[in-house]
Design a protein around this ligand. Structure first.
Ligand code: UT7
Length: 327
């Protein structure tokens, strides 16, 4: 057991005011509220306004997490941000967030693992604490997916939304906080979910004419992958931590699709209320989905100090990850 634990000292989240409902989408593409609710559970998502961006949402979530932890930005030793819709190609979104918090020498960097991004970020942040390197670390998941969503593609535009969540980790006893985490990736599956602009496909007229500046998804394939991984990740977390499902207060999954979550919970023999779901309000916010859900669950009293929770996520890469937290 490590000498130190990385304990959740505070959580925070922030979403834009602007709502995009299923009815709004039905005026943009050939879809309807009934189809979207039945197939995904999503009723609306939040969309960043002009002037809002990944870093502004992230900084707002970070301020709330710091307030909950009763800490000032100056108490932070490191800022890590999980995102795939960062402020710019570079600098990192974490640098913008640190600057927005008034910091001018605290280290800051991003983690890119798509929908698994928050768990990758949490584990990275926690390891700096467990190794004895830092005491207080800010771990963020933030996205403005609306900026890379193709609102002419009904297969993807109904799914995604914007938002940010943050967690302040602090050094504490080793039996609490992030007690287990498993990270996985298989780059062979990159084409199932991707957004092409980059060194392989620099932005060009032909890229834009193919609408390849936007995310592309193969929904059916991701669906099957997510159901399978969801179950495996929960079983792995229980086995590795010698827990039964009765020991687990709440599962906070990546908000991928209500049907995926329901089907996995059923296969695991767990009641639907054991999973925290808010996809109806925000859609899929990739790296932001778990920290937003976690913050809501904490503030709603669904999780209290001493409770054990499991996080699971899966997404582009392909990547998948789990985490067990003793609050
Ligand atoms: O976090 C990782 C990223 N998340 C994902 O990649 C999402 C994972 N996948 C999913 O959530 C689901 O696969 C979707 C919600 C994307 C699609 O649901 P589905 O039950 O897998 O539908 P489908 O793609 O098999 O399509 C069924 C039908 C098709 O019509 P035909 O061929 O049966 O006539 C589609 O053309 O539904 C049609 N369809 C739509 N109809 C109305 C596809 N999108 C829509 C739409 N509205 N928005």
């Amino acid at each position: 057991m490590p000498q130190y634990g990385a304990i959740i000292a505070g959580t925070g989240s922030h979403v834009p005011e602007k709502r995009l409902t299923n009815d709004d989408l039905s005026r943009m593409v050939d879809t309807n509220d009934e189809w979207i609710v039945q197939r995904t559970g999503i009723k609306e998502r939040r969309i960043a306004a002009n002037g809002e961006s990944t870093a502004t949402l992230a900084a707002a979530a970070a301020r709330k997490a710091l307030a909950a932890a009763e800490m000032a930005p100056e108490d932070l030793d490191l800022v890590v941000c999980g995102t795939i819709s960062g402020e710019m190609i570079f600098p990192s979104t974490a640098c913008f967030v640190a600057a927005a918090l008034g910091l001018n020498s605290t280290p800051a960097f991003d983690v890119s693992a798509a929908c698994s991004g928050f768990i990758y970020t949490l584990e990275t942040a926690a390891n700096f604490i467990k190794a004895g390197r830092y005491e207080n670390v800010l771990a963020i998941g933030a996205e403005t997916l609306s900026r890379i969503t193709d609102y002419t593609d009904r297969g993807s535009c109904i799914l995604f939304g914007d938002g940010a969540g943050a967690v302040v980790l602090r050094r504490g006893e080793p039996t609490r906080g992030l007690v287990y985490s498993g990270l996985h990736a298989d780059g062979h599956g990159w084409e199932m979910l991707c957004c092409k602009p980059g060194s392989r496909h620099p932005i060009s007229e032909s890229l834009i004419s193919e609408r390849d500046q936007f995310m592309k998804i193969r929904g059916r394939e991701v669906y099957k992958f997510a159901v399978q991984r969801f179950e495996e990740l929960i079983e792995d977390a229980l086995r590795k931590c010698e827990l039964t499902t009765d020991d687990v207060k709440l599962i906070v999954p990546h908000q991928v699709n209500q049907r995926i979550i329901d089907s996995a919970m059923e296969k695991l023999g767990l009641g639907a209320d054991k999973a925290y779901v808010n996809i109806d309000k925000y859609g899929n916010t990739s790296a932001a989905s778990i920290p937003i859900a976690l913050d809501e669950a904490v503030r709603a009293g669904r999780i209290a100090p001493g409770d054990t929770i499991i996080l699971v996520a899966f997404g582009a890469g392909l990547t998948w990850a789990n985490a067990v937290i003793r609050m």
